[in-house]
Design a protein around this ligand. Sequence first.
Ligand SMILES: Cc1ncc(COP(=O)(O)O)c(C=O)c1O
Length: 429
Amino acid sequence: MSFGKSRKIYEEGIKYIPGGVNSPVRAFKSVNTAPVFIKKGYKSKIEDEDGNTYIDYIGSWGPAILGHSNEELMEGIEDIIKDGLSFGLPTKIEVDMAKLMVESYPAIDMVRMVNSGTEATMSAIRVARGYTGRNKIVKFEGCYHGHSDSLLVKSGSGTITYGIPTSLGVPEEIVKNTIVCRYNDIEDLEQTFEKYGKDIAAVIVEPVAGNMGLVPATPEFLKTLREITTKYDSVLIFDEVITGFRIAYGGASEVYKIEPDMACFGKIIGGGFPVGAYGGKKEIMEMVSPIGGVYQAGTLSGNPLAMHMGYKNLKLLQRDKNIYHKMEEMAIKLEKGIADNIKKTGVNATIVRFKNMLTLFFGEGSFNNYDDVQRCDTSLYAKYFKEMLNRGIMLPPAQFECMFLSAAHTDEDLEYTIKANYDALKAIK
Ligand SMILES: Cc1ncc(COP(=O)(O)O)c(C=O)c1O
């Protein structure tokens, strides 16, 4: 495979963009190689600037759940564009989209559209604080909720800890109100609430964590979270930016049968456009400006083109009742194939799957929290990634991310991937 054109663009890019990319993971730094630049995508495949094609398991980190350039999704896009791109005034499609989201996700009565997942979680936290009149929030180590200051924290030593900024530029005074707990650890959660419960405005959680590799919450953990936040009148926020409309049409709330007080969305609800949303119970959402005292706004929020595409994406997912089942069946096939290959090659690795998401961890044992995933051999993942890339498979360019299946993947894609996985595992052993 030749990457000459990608390399050239990258060299040019690093002069003008920090790291040559507009989001860090795209730099392929974790897998010790230079990024490839993508030119186009069709169904389950993407093609780079050099003409190399890949079976894509990133899917724009989730939005391309119907595959790239889905014909039904793209149909009529010119007509929408012809009517104008943005008005800064309300449009009907925004109301249609809000109605569809509220009907699709029973836990929320109202929703506000924003432009990214980061904006959604940041705003939800502000609303929860405004609603409860409290300042402290709880997040879990290894969960990522975008890059707003109060959520860019990691755990200090010990279990119940105040956060330490994970980034330069985040003042300690801001994250001092963020408590970091261990994912899937009920005892830690209970102790935290015993100590600080009356001051906790909200708990934000990825109900299926996708940002430390794939680590699903146990049902008991989420159940306890629901009970304890109810007991202390704290707002439970499900960050469904990845899981919403992905692991089921109704997201993790549907799968776990738990209703949060608020939920955040992104990725799929934009159909490939930059969109986020946060929603919640009526009395909470009525805190939001202009009816309430919590300010939150956006020039391009509810952009008509983005709303049309997001609305269509959701409608297409809603229409085909079998679509989630089909994606899960494909993921199961991949999981089985990879598990067999691990056995045959003897590589120290574990495949984890939840619904249509997977992570191949280069380590053994169970993966329930951030400490567990830290056992993985990230340099082995880097080698594996390159072997797979050279065989025409685009995996997440970092160990602590997920593979996403789309409805456009085919049996041949899966068979080819399983074979490539075998060869790649053999090559790195
Ligand atoms: C669970 C979760 N929440 C929030 C975000 C932030 O979304 P965005 O990148 O659109 O700002 C992400 C991004 O990957 C995410 O995975």
